[in-house]
Design a protein around this ligand. Structure first.
Ligand code: ZN
Ligand code: ZN
Length: 185
């Protein structure tokens, strides 16, 4: 019975982590934490990006959860296992399949994995901090929905100013229907 409960904690944590990742990506990385994340949305030559510091922070949190869990709470320990599994899946999907940061080429040609890759490519379709779609990583909405959302938000603007989302102050976008709400504006 305990084993079942532990498995449930691990699986539940992985699911919850997708929500945490979505929220962090949308409201922190594309909000006040843009300073680190910006490097991920720009061309570069080096292997590492300043954005990788987020992975270091999340790894630190997982290590802390492992340490506190091992000492005080078995449940917390399994939460740490879930966080770590999510991190590994995130690395395979985001850094591997989408951004090809590994030494071999493996691009999914069909199915859900293809949808995941396309959805994240659409996240990168908008330059700059504001107005992006698709902030999740392991759950991707249908690609057609994302394209429609992009078109609704940027159809005109993309044609006019090449989609450089950072040129306009946020205040000028607040009245646009369908614009994302940014935590710190
Ligand atoms: Zn982003
Ligand atoms: Zn990316």
């Amino acid at each position: 019975m305990q084993v079942l409960l532990n498995i449930l904690i691990v699986v539940g944590t992985v699911v919850v982590m997708e929500g945490v990742a979505y929220a962090s990506h949308r409201w922190i990385m594309h909000g006040w934490g843009w300073g680190w994340h910006q490097s991920h949305h720009e061309e570069h030559d080096g292997i590492f990006e300043q954005n990788d510091l987020y992975a270091v922070v999340f790894a630190g949190v997982a290590i802390l959860l492992f340490a506190v869990g091992a000492a005080h709470s078995p449940s917390l320990f399994y939460v740490a296992v879930g966080v770590t599994i999510y991190g590994a899946l995130y690395f395979v999907v985001h850094d591997g399949l989408v951004h090809q940061r590994w030494p071999f080429r493996r691009v999914p040609k069909s199915g859900y994995l293809k949808r995941l890759v396309q959805a994240h490519r659409l996240h990168h379709a908008i330059e700059g901090k504001d107005g992006a779609v698709s902030f999740g990583f392991l759950y991707a909405p249908p690609v057609d929905e994302l394209r429609a959302a992009l078109k609704r938000r940027h159809g005109r603007r993309l044609g006019r100013d090449s989609g450089s989302g950072s040129v306009r102050p946020d205040g000028s976008r607040a009245s646009d229907p369908g614009e994302p709400i940014h935590g710190d504006g």
